[in-house]
Design a protein around this ligand. Structure first.
Ligand SMILES: *[C@@H]1O[C@H](CO)[C@@H](O)[C@H](O)[C@H]1NC(C)=O
Ligand SMILES: *[C@@H]1O[C@H](CO)[C@@H](O)[C@H](O)[C@H]1NC(C)=O
Ligand SMILES: *[C@@H]1O[C@H](CO)[C@@H](O)[C@H](O)[C@H]1NC(C)=O
Ligand SMILES: *[C@@H]1O[C@H](CO)[C@@H](O)[C@H](O)[C@H]1NC(C)=O
Ligand SMILES: *[C@@H]1O[C@H](CO)[C@@H](O)[C@H](O)[C@H]1NC(C)=O
Ligand SMILES: *[C@@H]1O[C@H](CO)[C@@H](O)[C@H](O)[C@H]1NC(C)=O
Length: 296
């Protein structure tokens, strides 16, 4: 069991390299050196490493404080949990440290999780190699109204080569071109960030939008949902209540009109009905009064 996995990561960038060149990191300058410490037995560290362009990268794991201090241990590398072929090696103790390092060539298809694993104690450190993720992944849709405009935004910590916006049409992504649709779209590009303004919204503008930060290695995408409502939409429950109240008020009004005696003598028909109703109700009162008498 190890107490501390001391991890030192050296990145040797060489973006200009071509596929035929063999990795020889010694001749390239070290641009970044990062260290991470892990305490306890489940020594899994996730190191997020932003990869912007194809490159060679050297990953280095520095294992210290192993109980019993064996003269050597066995280490190997795994990519996305799968052991990398021929990566196993015997790591000899040197100054109480066990160093496992390997250089990987990273192109778009090679992005993923790389782990150094020590067989004896299963200590492992994982490096997450990926393009930088676009921030602000929202789960809720952006809501706007017909005739309004709406601003969709994407941000990154790293500067991409360029940004692109897409709208989903069924399963396809349609590139949004501001020049061909100046009355519908405005695109604002500012290095780190981009904004898409959709003007004069109609219901057809509802749907999925994608922003895509283009890096040399590959694009980093984020998506968001836009929901365009008519102004009536949020009022609907209110309108329903108002309508109900109106119906009730009308009904009550009608009922009152029918049951109240008419003072106007022009409308003989209505007078007759009201008279009839009164007579009827009197009859009922009389009967109930008569019925009650024997009880007392
Ligand atoms: C490994 O870690 C130890 C302890 O922190 C440190 O002294 C040593 O310099 C590291 N070795 C490498 C090659 O980084
Ligand atoms: C890499 O590891 C992270 C964290 O466990 C995980 O979310 C991600 O899906 C992994 N990526 C791959 C390609 O396995
Ligand atoms: C990118 O944005 C971050 C904040 O999100 C800022 O600190 C950084 O300076 C920006 N970088 C560039 C190149 O614009
Ligand atoms: C969306 O797809 C339909 C067919 O699936 C097509 O007719 C229509 O032109 C597409 N719209 C755009 C904006 O590309
Ligand atoms: C947008 O459309 C214009 C005119 O059709 C075209 O010249 C331009 O290259 C397009 N832009 C993009 C980014 O596709
Ligand atoms: C907004 O869209 C409607 C129909 O969708 C159209 O009649 C109107 O002219 C548009 N207004 C502007 C300012 O583009």
């Amino acid at each position: 069991m190890i107490k501390v996995v001391h991890l030192l990561l050296l990145l040797f960038y060489c973006s200009g390299l071509h596929a035929e060149t063999t990795p020889s990191p010694d001749v390239y300058p070290v641009i970044t050196t990062r260290k991470a410490l892990s305490k306890g037995q489940s020594s899994v560290i996730f190191e997020d490493i932003a990869i912007l362009s194809p490159q060679y990268i050297e990953l280095l794991c520095n294992l210290t404080d192993i109980p019993k201090n064996p003269p050597y241990i066995t280490g190997y590398w795994a990519k996305n949990g799968q052991e990398v072929e021929n990566s196993e090696e015997i790591v000899h103790r040197k100054n109480e440290q066990y160093i496992l390092k390997k250089t990987f060539r990273i192109e778009a298809k090679d992005l993923g999780n790389y782990s150094c694993v020590f067989r004896e104690n299963e200590a492992q450190v994982t490096f997450l190699l990926d393009v930088p993720a676009v921030k602000e992944k929202r789960d809720k849709p952006v809501v706007s109204y017909i005739g309004d405009s709406v601003v969709l935004e994407c941000k990154l910590k790293y500067m991409p080569n360029t940004w692109n916006w897409y709208k989903a049409n069924n399963t396809e992504k349609v590139h949004i071109n501001e020049t061909t649709n100046p009355l519908r779209y405005k695109i604002f590009l500012n290095g780190n960030q981009t904004q898409l303004t959709v003007l004069n919204l109609s219901e057809a503008d509802s749907g999925q939008y994608f922003c895509s930060a283009e890096f040399d290695i590959k694009a980093s995408e984020s998506h968001m949902q836009l929901k365009v409502l008519s102004y009536m939409e949020p009022l609907k429950p209110f309108v329903a209540i108002v309508a109900e109240v109106l119906v009730l008020v009308t009904l009550i009004g009608l009922w009152e009109k029918c049951s109240k005696p008419k003072t106007s003598k022009n409308d003989t028909n209505s007078e007759q009905t009201s008279k009839l109703t009164r007579d009827e109700s009197n009859g009922v009162e009389n009967t109930s009064a008569r019925q009650r008498k024997p009880e007392h």
